[in-house]
Design a binder for this molecule. Structure first.
Ligand SMILES: C[S@@+](CC[C@H](N)C(=O)[O-])C[C@H]1O[C@@H](n2cnc3c(N)ncnc32)[C@H](O)[C@@H]1O
Length: 279
């Protein structure tokens, strides 16, 4: 899949890699990725607008809105796919800065437990500030924040959680395209390396999930290494320990194992989501 030419610069290698994958679609997809992210606002608990089907706490962003926690609407389909219910024990494994944790805490309606963790101490501090500001006192009361490595820590938490969100660190190509400095040293091996880490996190997360529990894996990458190809590897590696669930998402497109929200097609994203139920 990858063209290798040691003399090519990062941006050229990037272009060759993704145009080989996305073919005729690439120019339009690339242009959509270069546009500014279309944000929605997650509102304070005191300001519900009761209009958006995903949650009354979301308002479609317009220049007129200055309040709220701003995020890409597609990113909320990852916690949505977990179908969190009150009284469940939920783990958000790579949680900072916390947009998806807000959705999970809200879904618990003040009953159950939400543990949000991240490896970076600085990002954990930011996560704590976001949760404090945007959760109601009832939502905040059942939410805990810890600094943890998602590759290792879940191994010691056998079958503890009903639901787990693994919003893994990834290539974030939209971010790369919006700051060309980041593209300078781009190599496809970076995505390969990230997929190894993501695979380790997936295997650990599966250990911490109770039987019949649900795990949602998500990335904001458009690299197959970090999305469907990783899920194909995971299926072979953990055969019979889980099954893929196919949900009907109102926007985006189905892939072999999951669902992709790409901005040329649905305005929001990128976000890749794959839903797993433990056997
Ligand atoms: C895509 S961001 C998460 C975004 C977050 N879920 C949200 O909705 O705001 C990925 C996060 O993974 C964290 N991370 C990277 N390696 C990790 C590891 N080994 N264990 C836990 N978190 C890790 C990063 O610090 C970063 O905050």
């Amino acid at each position: 899949m990858v063209m290798k030419n040691k003399n090519n610069s990062g941006p050229e290698l990037f272009e060759t890699f993704y145009s080989t994958i996305y073919q005729d679609r690439w120019p339009t997809l690339r242009a959509a990725l270069e546009r500014p992210v279309k944000h929605v606002a997650w509102l304070l608990p005191s300001e519900p607008n009761r209009q958006h089907p995903l949650s009354p706490r979301i308002e479609i962003h317009s220049e007129a809105i200055e309040r709220g926690y701003f995020l890409d609407l597609a990113s909320l389909y990852a916690p949505w796919a977990l179908d969190v219910q009150p009284n469940e024990t939920v783990l958000d494994l790579c949680a900072a800065p916390g947009g998806k944790s807000l959705f999970l805490a809200h879904a618990l309606k003040g009953e159950g437990e939400l543990l949000c963790s991240d490896i970076s101490k600085m990002r954990v501090q930011r996560l704590q500030r976001v949760l404090k500001e945007f959760l109601s006192p009832e939502e905040f009361r059942i939410t805990k924040v810890e600094t943890r490595d998602a590759k290792l820590w879940p191994l010691s938490q056998k079958a503890r959680f009903d639901k787990i969100l693994l919003d893994a660190p990834c290539s974030s190509e939209r971010h790369l395209l919006q700051d060309l400095n980041h593209l300078k040293d781009w190599k496809s091996s970076r995505s390969k390396r990230l997929s190894k880490e993501q695979g380790t996190m997936l295997c650990s997360a599966l250990e911490a999930l109770r039987p019949q529990g649900r795990l949602v894996y998500s990335t904001c990458s458009i690299s197959p290494y970090e999305n469907d190809e990783l899920m194909s590897w995971f299926e072979k590696k953990r055969q019979a320990q889980f099954r893929f669930l196919r949900l009907d998402f109102p926007i985006g497109e189905r892939t072999a194992f999951g669902h992709h929200f790409l901005p040329d097609q649905c305005d929001y994203g990128p976000l890749y989501v794959c839903v797993i139920e433990k056997s």
